[in-house]
Design a protein around this ligand. Structure first.
Ligand code: 5GP
Length: 205
């Protein structure tokens, strides 16, 4: 018997501080065959971030050239910086039957779903606004103004959760990871994504 499957886009969005970066990294360690779409951004690298691995860091001029050349499947302005998903990365993965994980904001997720309806959209939230604020403060990577900006954006983004296919509440990392893994594995078994061939099964006419 042989089973063939097209690659699937797994799009993950979350308000800043919900734990999405950690969950996406750990999910990729757990689930084999999940590639990652490295976004292009004009924001400066944070300590420890590697060019070409976490993001492709670029400047405004180059980003604009890429937009004009039609290189992005979607792009958006988030927290005052440009971010974009390369169309070629997605096409290469999907054509080769590889699943791909995208960590993109709510605007990007909506654009990809309109373009690729079979994409799987997953929204991650912290259990409360209080918890979200605490996590943003514990990160110590942002100043007060930036924290306020991220909280304001979270208040706008959280009500968009019904546009997603799945909701993951990140109370506990292990519990959230178990759920994410289950979602990916179940989506991989969806009959509409599969073609099946039995060598020894005679199908009646
Ligand atoms: P950060 O700069 O904090 O890593 O990411 C800020 C936000 O930008 C996050 O919500 C992240 O999901 C989003 N983001 C990262 N890459 C892309 C992208 O290629 N497209 C869009 N639309 N959003 C992105």
């Amino acid at each position: 018997m042989s089973v063939n499957r097209r690659g699937t886009l797994f799009v993950v969005s979350a308000p800043s501080g919900a734990g999405k970066t950690t969950l996406c990294r750990e999910l990729r360690k757990r689930v084999p065959g999940l590639a990652y779409s490295v976004s292009v951004t004009t924001r400066a690298p944070r300590p420890g971030e590697r060019n070409g691995v976490d993001f492709d860091f670029t400047d405004e001029t180059r980003f604009r050239q890429m937009v004009e050349a039609g290189e992005f499947a979607e792009h958006a302005m988030v927290h005052g910086h440009h971010y974009g998903t390369r169309a070629a990365t997605l096409e290469r993965a999907l054509a080769g039957g590889t699943d791909i994980l995208l960590d993109i904001d709510t605007q990007g997720a909506a654009r990809l779903k309109a373009h690729t309806p079979e994409a799987v959209l997953i929204f991650i939230v912290a259990p409360s606004m209080k918890e979200l604020e605490q996590r943003l403060r514990e990160r110590r990577s942002d100043g007060e103004t930036e924290i306020e900006r991220r909280l304001a954006r979270a208040r706008e983004e959280i009500p968009l959760w019904p546009r997603y296919d799945y909701l993951v509440v990140n109370r506990d990392v292990k519990e959230a990871l178990d759920l994410l893994e289950a979602i990916v594995l179940a989506e991989r078994a969806r009959t509409r994504r599969l073609s099946l061939h039995f060598n020894d099964l005679e199908v009646p006419n």
